[in-house]
Unconditional design. Structure first.
Ligand code: AMP
Length: 587
């Protein structure tokens, strides 16, 4: 069905949107000029994300402004002003310096949304280390793989997560020099070979001068998954903060005094770029909610904390839609001015539902780990075409391209034609490489474009529409999952001969992970074996990555060169035409 455009007013806004005149701002925009809006390190010593996020606000009158309000699972609240955050992150930077963690070395964190995480990220950036988040719902295998690929030197985690996920693999991570645990002192003391976060912090000085930092120095490492091979570590530099800041202004419409709530998990890129950095560079207040989704509690939080800007995700929106709009009427959400969503396709129904439920449409935007920040967005002043991801932000050139057989690229300028979504490189938060994988990085570029692996269309007015992935990666509740990682874990079970993994469409999660498994004789399919394999995968990979469904098949379809034909598995699962099967090896 055709959805009606949601018109925005041309004037008379209570708070005037930052990006009112799109064409003019786009035409005049330059990243050099944007860079000048940030301070840089005192004395011209470079550009450091943590300085822009924390110290430049902490130094002046803004020091007493609330930077982060942390809301714990048990209802406790802890407030951190910019000055508090500056002192705490100085302490953690001193902790790392004392432990002789060198510039560029990787500091990992495996934590939920707890205050220590924010201190770790920003403290590590101050010490010029490279910070890498790990998703706390990962099982030991994805954790091990990422710490070893990322040459992790330091890991910050909690005693609980350590015991559950790290203790058994610690010995196989010889380069991980320091494990710093957050927990009750006696619990930490009882674990051999670890350090106590709070004890180290107590002993550390509250003053720290950020060493000279070049804008191109590495700052962040974010793992993402491809169709094949190991997880890829996308590397980002300190200059990325310029894009975090500008996209916070244009796409999330940050204004002084805003109270912002980003619901993303800190284990993924949104949790860092927008859950931590962008709101802080704007000197606004971020709400951090430790607990997981609960619609009524979320509405109460929006009301009680007077949230003005809310950045959430399609899966959460769909869960709220299931509960209905009636319950929302109980809450006073008059402060809420702007709602945005990212991570997976946002159905047009959800955009329109936002209007009905909150009196505000939900503004979809698009980006990915590699882009480091929002690239395409429905910004506040823009008329929304429900189902569209929006238009490229100032400073971003996006196009639809076709890859020719000879490897060259043709830009499709006519509207409504499907092709690969591509971006002209050069924005500051663009990834600078995949760690240790130059070839994989080079393959992302052709004809002067960065190729995103997403399929999309553009309409005559320059709105972009998501069509699907060009590869086989799975998006489940916003989490990007590489099928290869799941297949490899299943193959470790003695009964499994072959495994093929797909994303099966799901009305709430977008997709769920489904595996097709063939067995080694004499094993035969049984409910008991299915349950065993589900449990086996869950233990290794964690609940979010592990398959939710397993089907037994006599053999997994493969090409003659041995590649699993996941597309065929998916077509069969969905009862769709099988497409070109000329490369199919006999099954
Ligand atoms: P990640 O690197 O985990 O952030 O995942 C990025 C991928 O998520 C993109 O390449 C898209 O496939 C998908 N994605 C992100 N935002 C959107 C959106 N607004 N609409 C559709 N897909 C999206």
């Amino acid at each position: 069905m055709a959805w009606k455009t949601i018109k925005k007013p041309r004037e008379g806004w209570a708070v005037e949107p930052n990006l009112l005149d799109y064409e003019r701002v786009r035409a005049q925009f330059s990243w050099e000029a944007a860079r000048r809006e940030l301070d840089g390190l005192p004395g011209g010593r470079g550009l450091n994300i943590a300085h822009e996020a924390v110290d430049r606000h902490a130094a002046g009158a803004h020091g007493s402004h609330l930077a982060i309000r942390w809301m714990g699972k048990r209802g406790e609240i802890r407030d951190f002003t910019y000055a508090d955050l500056s002192r705490l992150t100085n302490r953690f930077a001193n902790v790392l310096r004392k432990l002789e963690v060198q510039k560029g070395e990787r500091v990992f964190a495996l934590c939920g949304r707890i205050p220590e995480l924010y201190v770790t990220v920003l403290g590590a950036l101050k010490n010029c280390n490279v910070f890498c988040p790990l998703f706390s719902a990962f099982g030991p295998e994805p954790i091990h793989q990422r710490i070893s690929i990322g040459d992790g030197r330091v890991l910050v985690t909690t005693t609980t997560l350590y015991k559950r996920k790290l203790a058994a693999i610690r010995d196989s991570l010889p380069d991980l020099r320091h494990v710093i645990l957050i927990g009750a002192p006696e619990e930490v003391r009882a674990i051999p070979g670890v350090l106590d976060f709070h004890q180290l912090m107590d002993e550390a000085a509250g003053r720290f001068e950020i060493p000279p930092t070049a804008p191109e120095d590495l700052a962040l490492l974010h793992f993402t998954s491809g169709t094949t091979g190991k997880p890829k570590g996308a590397m980002h530099v300190h200059d990325a903060v310029v894009a975090h800041h500008m996209t916070g202004r244009f796409a999330l419409d940050f204004h002084p005094g805003d109270i912002f709530w980003c619901t993303a998990d800190p284990g993924w890129v949104t949790g860092t770029s927008y859950g931590i950095i962008a709101p802080l560079t704007h000197g606004i207040t971020s709400i951090v909610d430790e607990a997981e989704f609960d619609a009524e509690r979320w509405y109460a939080l929006l009301q009680d904390q007077k949230v003005t800007v809310w950045y959430t995700a399609p899966t959460a929106v769909r869960m709220m839609m299931k509960i209905g709009t009636e319950v929302i009427r109980k809450y006073d959400l008059r402060n809420l001015r702007f709602i945005a969503s990212v991570g997976e396709p946002l159905n047009p129904e959800a955009v329109v539902w936002g209007q009905e439920a909150f009196g505000l449409p939900i503004h979809d935007n698009w980006w990915q780990t590699e882009t480091g920040g929002i690239m395409i967005a429905n910004y506040a002043a823009m008329d929304i075409r429900p189902g569209s991801m929006g238009r490229p932000l100032p400073g971003i050139d996006a196009g639809i391209v076709h890859l020719r057989k000879d490897g060259t690229v043709e830009e499709v300028t006519a509207p409504h034609i499907e092709g690969e979504l591509a971006l002209r490189p050069g924005w500051p938060s663009m990834f600078r490489g995949y760690l240790h994988e130059d070839e994989r990085y080079r393959k992302c570029f052709a004809g002067g474009w960065y190729l995103t692996s997403d399929l999309a269309k553009r309409d005559a007015e320059g709105y972009f529409w998501f069509v699907g992935r060009a590869d086989d990666v799975i998006k489940s509740s916003g989490h990007l999952i590489g099928p290869f990682e799941v297949e490899s874990a299943l193959l470790e079970h003695q009964a499994v001969a072959e495994a093929g993994v797909i994303g099966k469409p799901d009305p709430v999660a977008g997709e769920v992970v489904k595996a097709f498994v063939s067995l080694k004789p004499p094993n035969v399919p049984s409910e008991q074996l299915r349950a065993e394999l589900l449990g086996f995968a869950r233990k290794r990979l964690g609940a979010v990555v592990a398959p939710k469904e397993i089907d037994f098949v006599p053999s997994v379809p493969k090409t003659r060169s041995g590649k699993i034909m996941r597309r065929l598995l998916k077509a069969r699962e969905l009862g769709l035409p099988e497409g070109d099967t000329s490369t199919l090896e006999s099954e």
